[in-house]
Ligand binder design. Structure first.
Ligand code: M6R
Length: 608
């Protein structure tokens, strides 16, 4: 989604801003822009193309203070006039992430006051409001603070004024924003990766904070307006973790990072002989002791992880578990049980729907919350009582890969800890599962070795427009994840069904042009699945089966088999995800799509 970078320094900040924007490209955007101050005036450059176009357009631009933005359209089509920064009377420039909900009434009153609007965005009202307060003699800080009291909605903003080259103001509520601390230079960004070339020292702003940055320092004010201190932290993000290296795309890199990402996520338990609730936080033991049921809230791929976990939690820990799409749950009238543990799952920890669902759950009386998330400083982590961090490292490709498999590993740990605390995990089973978890990175590595064969298989999909994915039980959510990956990056329409449901409708779609992809683990439902595959073959459907060893599904006319290693028991969904990720990746290469930045999508969905 939208990205913000800002800088105030004694050197030309344009290259810093442009490099920052490039590093934010992965979030998804449709236009980009920057404003630079030179002491008397503000120079704005905007582009509807890639950041590379903005680089060309701003070749002559220079200045020691500036703000820059990548925009993912919400209010108003992607166009230069809607691209940020937005300005008011050439005096005030602002960049904004989030949505201003009361912008229509603000726009009406500002229009009545004589302000002219040059965009269709909700953001432009902020520029005019700051201008109106600044024009009355307030400092830029005070003008911004006064403006914020009039806004309803979510924002992270950066503000500069033409006649004030020595101050950059920023603020956040509902959208992330951080400050980068340099030597006599200061920065703002929506994401730390944007600032890695200039600093690792970072302050994460809290909800409602406003900050005033100069070259020499920064002052932070909390939501009551009181000056406050926030800790300076050293970011652990490394440059290598956000660079492409030997890979063609971030998605391919991130698929291959899964063994290491899983090893990192499991590090705390794999070095010990037994599981303890403390890995979820100091209060985990007492909270888990009171829990009667689980409610999982998440979106997209993270929701699929939750759906796998439902099978684990009910079967291994014996606890009732529901999984809901966060965007639906937040608007549904539901009955809260204070003894339900609300589990949110999110790679970014900033997904607006998941955050809102968590807040809704709290508002209706849920007391216990646990977040499974990949970003330590994210809102979801901060707003949950318990947490387990997936340690997948930054995920740049819009298609979630290593975040998903590490979420599954974390959810399996949660299942085991809950089961153990309920006396449902005998010591020998605990040791066995820990052993299987320790083996997981190696098992994933073996599946990754199938890459050349899957690349070959992908050629069959080059001319296809639709695909069906089948799975059963624990692997039905994996079929859903496979379908999501394929549609997201190759734009092939793909749907997933539990294989037993085929004859209740979707079988009508099956013919030679409808490839049917099936996950075939060697589990208790294998024989049922085989019958379902026969139903497809009998209708002329072309089958692509990812089959565990000893499933005895034979290659033949219209049946393509990809041989997976041994069945991995409960952890099998993690292994079966890998070939579906690779298949989607190589089909997308066949189709020539923009793999890491698929059309219309954004990495962090910070708006509703
Ligand atoms: O950051 P989150 O895990 O909360 O994101 C949720 C979804 O937007 C995300 O998983 C999305 O479905 C992926 N792009 C799919 O690959």
């Amino acid at each position: 989604m939208c990205g913000i970078v800002g800088a105030i320094a004694s050197r030309n900040v344009v290259p810093i801003l442009l490099e920052g924007l490039k590093r934010l490209e992965y979030r998804g955007y449709d236009s980009a822009g920057l404003v630079i101050g030179n002491g008397q005036s503000l120079e704005r450059v905007r582009s509807t193309g890639r950041v590379a176009d903005l680089v060309e357009k701003s070749a002559q631009t220079q200045g020691q203070i500036g703000i820059a933005h990548t925009r993912w359209a919400t209010h108003g089509v992607p166009s230069e006039r809607n691209a940020h920064p937005h300005m008011s009377r050439d005096q005030i420039a602002i960049v904004h992430n989030g949505i201003i909900e009361n912008y229509e009434e603000l726009r009406a009153s500002l229009t009545a006051a004589g302000y002219e609007f040059s965009s269709d965005t909700d953001t432009e009202v902020i520029a005019h409001l700051v201008h109106s307060h600044y024009a009355r003699g307030n400092t830029l800080l005070a003008a911004t603070q006064a403006t914020l009291t009039e806004l309803v909605g979510a924002y992270a903003i950066g503000v500069i004024a033409a006649d004030n080259p020595d101050q950059l103001i920023c603020a956040r509520r509902g959208s992330p924003l951080l400050l980068g601390i340099g030597e006599n230079e200061h920065f703002i960004a929506s994401d730390m990766s944007a600032l890695l070339p200039v600093t690792r020292r970072v302050i994460y702003l809290e909800e409602g904070d406003v900050a005033e940055l100069s070259r020499k320092g920064c002052r932070i004010f909390d939501e009551t307006g009181t000056e406050t201190q926030r800790p300076v932290q050293l970011s652990e993000l490394s440059n290598e973790s956000v660079e492409l290296g030997q890979y063609r795309h971030y998605m391919q890199k991130e698929i291959h990072e899964q063994p290491q990402a899983l090893a990192n996520t499991l590090e705390s338990v794999c070095n010990s002989q037994s599981l303890i609730p403390g890995i979820f936080g100091a209060d985990a033991h007492s909270i888990f002791a009171q829990v009667e049921s689980i409610l999982i809230l998440a979106c997209g791929t993270s929701n699929h992880a939750g759906q796998v976990a439902r099978y684990w939690i009910e079967e291994i820990a014996g606890i009732p578990c529901n999984v809901e799409i966060a965007s639906e749950y937040r608007y549904r009238t539901s009955v809260a049980n204070p003894k339900t543990l609300v589990v949110t799952i999110s790679q970014s920890g900033e997904t607006a729907d998941t955050l809102a669902a968590l807040n809704h759950a709290k508002n209706i009386g849920h007391e216990f919350s646990l977040a499974i998330c990949n970003v330590p400083e994210s809102a979801i982590i901060r707003q949950s009582k318990l947490r387990l961090l997936t340690r997948a490292g930054p995920e740049i490709g819009v298609a979630s890969t290593k975040a998903f498999t590490t979420q599954l590993a974390a959810l399996f740990l949660l299942t085991l800890v809950l089961a153990k605390q309920r006396g449902k995990l005998a010591p020998e089973l605990e040791s066995q599962y820990l052993h299987e978890l320790r083996h997981l990175p190696v098992a994933v590595q073996k599946v990754l070795a199938l890459e050349p064969l899957i690349a070959d298989m992908a050629r069959h999909f080059a001319d296809k427009h639709h695909a069906l994915f089948l799975g059963r039980g624990l692997h039905f959510p994996i079929a859903m994840e496979g379908a999501l990956k394929l549609k997201e990056i190759s734009y092939i329409h793909a749907e997933a069904y539990p294989a037993g449901e085929l004859k209740h409708g979707p079988l009508a779609l099956v013919d030679k042009d409808m490839p049917v992809i099936s996950v075939a683990p060697n589990d208790a439902l294998l024989e049922k699945l085989k019958s379902n595959l026969q139903e497809v073959r009998a209708r002329g459907g072309e089958l692509y089966v990812f089959a565990d060893a000893n499933t005895h599904i034979r290659e033949g006319d219209g049946v393509h088999i990809m041989h997976m290693p041994e069945h991995a028991g409960y952890l099998s969904p993690i292994l079966h995800t890998i070939p579906l990720q690779l298949l989607a990746y190589y089909v997308a290469l066949q189709k020539g799509t923009d793999v890491d930045k698929p059309r219309n999508l954004a990495k962090s969905v910070t708006v509703e």
